[in-house]
Write a protein that binds this ligand. Structure first.
Ligand code: ADP
Length: 347
């Protein structure tokens, strides 16, 4: 009997310990019953979510969060939501995770990520401001360099040529950074019909102009399906992939631009028979300024920002970028759009 009492006391002490730990956590923990109502929460839940225990015992949390992304997550019953406003203070940004446990019960965890979000905003503003500040002086320098005639000072002709090329390169980097900043700050997407038949024609012309007859270029597309989104941004993403294929494929190679239906939506892809990319680089290619070979990128006028732009544009359209590549054989970059982004043609 005594042994049993001792065991019960030990369990009770362990339970108190666990609760003390949960109460000390800086993250909000809310235990929900099978109906999504509050069973228990720690003190951080009051600060982050405005849910207090025992006051809010039985509170349906989905209703507490209302219509936004957090409410949708709670109605869905499982998953994560990043960077959502706190119901206590909209300036506080939260990361939410809803985790199933036990018999259809759920644990809601909320973390205050306001500091990270603010730093991210500072970084974005800094890049946008620096790029903007550099744009005007660069345009002036570039303009004067264009006015200078190498024939007037033949001895300086090679220097002048190099200065022009470098100032053009800087201008292109600044333009790409500004484009990335614009895409990052864009909250709402233009919801326009993006006609794919003329788009593919434009891309073919661009590929031919860049290649100057050095590659075989093939374009194949099912023109009966269009996209819904921003024509300008999608063109920018698609043509970046074409430009890369031309730049990273030696003379005599082939480039194929393809637009087709798939069981889940539609795909735009660009394949080349170029240098290819070793597997260890694939996951990092869309990072800003990440290059497999800096010399090859620079020699062909690359800024190291093209694939970051592609990734941002695709994110805005809820699409995915897939990269398949074999060194020495070639690469295929595929943009996969889901059904919701497709528009058929009226018959
Ligand atoms: P860059 O301006 O350097 O081309 P990107 O962001 O467009 O920058 O591409 C990043 C890197 O990915 C490139 O520097 C190159 O090493 C590699 N890459 C991109 N496309 C291809 C391709 N089609 N074939 C081989 N390598 C590629």
């Amino acid at each position: 009997m005594n042994a049993e009492r001792a065991r019960t006391r030990r369990f009770a002490a362990q339970l108190r310990d666990l609760r003390t730990v949960a109460c000390a956590l800086p993250d909000a923990l809310v235990l929900l019953d099978t109906e999504g109502r509050v069973c228990w929460c720690n003190p951080a839940a009051q600060r982050l979510l405005g849910i207090a225990w025992p006051r809010d015992r039985g509170l349906p949390v989905a209703e507490h969060f209302g219509e936004g992304e957090a409410g949708a997550l709670l109605r869905m019953g499982e998953g994560d939501a990043d960077d959502v406003p706190s119901p206590v203070d909209r300036a506080m940004r939260l990361q939410l995770s809803l985790i199933p446990y036990g018999d259809q019960r759920r644990l809601l965890i909320a973390r205050d990520i306001s500091r990270v979000t603010r730093l991210e905003q500072v970084r974005r503003d800094f890049v946008a401001n620096v790029s903007h500040e550099l744009r005007t002086p660069l345009t002036v320098i570039h303009g004067y360099l264009e006015l200078l005639d190498p024939e007037d000072v033949p001895a300086l002709a090679p220097v002048l040529g190099e200065m022009r090329a470098q100032s053009q390169r800087m201008r292109q980097i600044v333009e790409d950074l500004l484009e990335l900043s614009r895409l990052e700050m864009q909250q709402h997407l233009a919801e326009e019909r993006v006609e794919m038949a003329p788009m593919l024609e434009t891309l073919r012309r661009e590929a031919e102009a860049l290649s100057q007859g050095r590659h075989g270029i093939e374009v194949e597309g099912e023109g009966d399906v269009d996209l819904l989104g921003s024509p300008k941004d999608l063109h920018s993403a698609f043509s970046n992939l074409v430009s890369n294929a031309v730049r990273y494929t030696p003379d005599g190679g082939a480039i194929r631009i393809h637009w087709r239906h798939t069981p889940t939506g539609a795909e735009y892809s660009v394949s080349d028979t170029g240098y290819g990319i070793p597997a260890e680089h694939l996951s990092r290619l869309t990072e800003r300024f990440y290059r497999v070979s800096s010399s090859r990128s620079r020699a062909t006028g690359g800024t190291g920002l093209g694939l970051s732009i592609v990734k941002h544009v695709l994110n805005l359209h809820g699409a995915q970028l897939r990269i398949e590549s074999e060194p020495g054989k070639g690469s295929t970059f595929t943009c996969a759009f889901n059904q919701a982004r497709l528009l058929g043609h009226e018959t």
